[in-house]
Design a protein around this ligand. Structure first.
Ligand code: HEM
Ligand code: HEM
Length: 274
């Protein structure tokens, strides 16, 4: 892998920042707020941010980077697809439970549903995420889907995946801001009490985590070798683009970091590469 050290640095930074964000959201609800419970009250609402940050942001980020981990390149593409899809499914489950918590809380507290921009965008991203999973499974896990469909839809899958991930972080930031404005009364948010500063930092951590994951997922040279080959084959006529795609086929099969015969056999550009 080109620039392995930089990759490891970005990956560990993403992991550390994501982990600290989870600690922050837990400390927010356990120390500053009412704790966690499933009783229709404020403590039930608190599951909403906790599950969103842990599942919808952190696990989704991990799911997106999973193909890029060099130590998984000797595993079959099919196995990596199962891991990618399962992590997304777990992230989706967390998001759904987090919505149940907030709808339940609103029901018991007689608060209207779906009035804010946060809630409109939030529900939209959850629905779009479900659609992305269904299409992802249909296109890339069901063996009969033609290779031409898989190849044609891959750029859309990657674009919509990254767009959804970014939107989830944006929606989370809106939710955090709303909660601080609603929740802080004496002193108010504008007076910068410790809770406000603490939770603002949580927002910053989510932005940094998102930026690192997007960086990792958009470097062509950090792709799985077999995927670089497929990408090069598809863009060979594209001149400049193909020159930027990372190592050429011949470079990949030689040198110290070359794939072994076994890896090459498992990653050969067949139907499983998409
Ligand atoms: C409400 C989605 C993250 C705070 C809602 C509602 C949805 C939603 C659909 C409407 C519930 C109803 O009308 O009964 C999401 C999604 C998130 C997310 C998809 C993740 C990306 C967060 C975070 C917070 C938060 C991190 C921080 C505490 C709130 C608050 C409400 C709410 C205060 C009630 C007020 C309102 O309806 O806007 N959320 N949320 N949300 N959410 Fe989130
Ligand atoms: C690649 C997002 C669900 C199969 C990707 C990438 C993203 C992404 C951002 C690019 C990763 C990279 O370039 O390293 C998502 C999201 C999903 C989802 C947000 C759920 C909401 C699925 C499912 C499958 C799937 C259910 C079924 C197996 C793939 C495949 C790739 C891919 C085969 C190609 C990896 C590569 O060759 O570079 N996905 N995905 N995805 N995804 Fe998904």
């Amino acid at each position: 892998m080109e620039n392995l050290k930089l990759f490891l640095l970005a990956l560990s930074a993403a992991g550390a920042v994501g982990f600290v964000a989870i600690i922050f959201v837990l400390r927010w609800v356990l120390h500053f707020k009412e704790g966690l419970a499933w009783d229709g009250g404020a403590a039930e609402f608190n599951w909403h941010p906790v599950l969103v940050v842990t599942g919808f942001v952190f696990l989704q980020g991990i799911a997106i980077t999973v193909y890029r981990l060099p130590w998984t390149w000797q595993c079959s593409k099919l196995m990596m697809k199962f891991i990618h899809a399962s992590l997304h499914l777990i992230a989706f489950t967390f998001a759904v439970i987090s919505l149940m918590a907030v709808f339940d809380f609103h029901y018991y507290s007689s608060i209207p549903d779906m009035y804010s921009l946060h809630s409109w965008l939030g529900l939209t991203v959850v629905i779009m995420y479900a659609l992305q999973i269904v299409l992802g499974v249909g296109l890339y896990l069901i063996p009969v889907t033609p290779l031409s469909w898989r190849a044609a839809c891959m750029p859309i899958h990657v674009y919509s995946g990254l767009f959804l991930f970014t939107s989830v972080i944006a929606v989370a930031l809106m939710g955090i801001t709303e909660k601080l404005i609603f929740g802080l009364s004496n002193p108010k948010y504008k007076d910068s009490p410790p809770e406000a500063i603490f939770v603002n930092v949580l927002g910053l951590l989510l932005v940094v985590f998102g930026a690192l994951v997007l960086w990792i997922a958009t470097r062509e040279s950090w792709k799985r070798p077999s995927d670089q080959i497929m990408h090069s084959l598809h863009t060979n006529s594209g001149g400049e683009d193909s020159a930027r795609d990372g190592p050429a086929l011949s470079e990949l099969s030689g040198g110290a970091e070359a794939e072994t015969d076994d890896v090459r056999r498992r990653n050969k550009p067949d139907n499983q590469n998409y």
